[in-house]
Design a protein around this ligand. Sequence first.
Ligand code: MN
Length: 280
Amino acid sequence: MTNFRTIPQIIEPQYVIEGAGVLLRRSIAPHKSNLFDPFLLFDHFAFNDPVEGPIRGFPMHPHRGIETVTYMLEGSTAHRDSLGNSGVIGPGDAQWMTSGRGILHEEMPRRGPSGNIYGFQLWVNLPARLKMTEPRYQEVNAAAIPIYEKDGIKIRVVAGRAGNVIGPVTEIAASPLYLDVELAPDQEWTQPVELGHTAIAYVFEGEAVFADQTVEAVRMVKFDDGDSLRVKTENSSVRFMLVAGAPFKEPIAPYGPFVMNTTEEIQQTLMELRNGTFIK
Ligand code: MN
């Protein structure tokens, strides 16, 4: 029998300033309570004001112990790192970056022809056994992200599976589902999600009924446990990111751009940064 998930929590994203003065909408942030395990942070870049001035971005900063997932819809993000990797994440592209034991990188959002920047960054935890793994990138161009399409349902599948469509990002410890879902008015969509996995949806356009609650953009919903979830549209269309993954159920010690398991590991990280041994 299908056990549909309910939604115990609706989160209103808060405006915060990050990097060198970038205004963004943050729904969740790393905290030792780890309520969204394995997810640590969800930021929404939405710079749509033409008088906002130059966008300063996120100059060189380190990461250890996590994965950062960047997905752009408009504009782009130029990035380069201490290991010699660089590139541009363009509209519709996704980058799944596993920091593992450490990288130093910069991320610089740029306006698209429309003058807008629109995208998301999710942080996914790594389990203790992988926190010090080799850094790794999975970069997927828009054209390489397969689409599940049926009637008024259109889903870009970055990771995991929707119907018979499987996303290109693989071998991630949290076995994630990462979907960009668009539903036309008067649609009903159901999606299997592993029992016990954490599931969140970030509604950024329109509105829909999630479980039995109407949710309007811009909100994050956190689903309760179950093996399936259901979203229905009425008069409006909706577009949202659906993210799910296996919790690691380990203690976490978050500190800025690092998330380790213990305070000692954070102190070790800070010491390596000071003495120049952070990048091996
Ligand atoms: Mn970063």
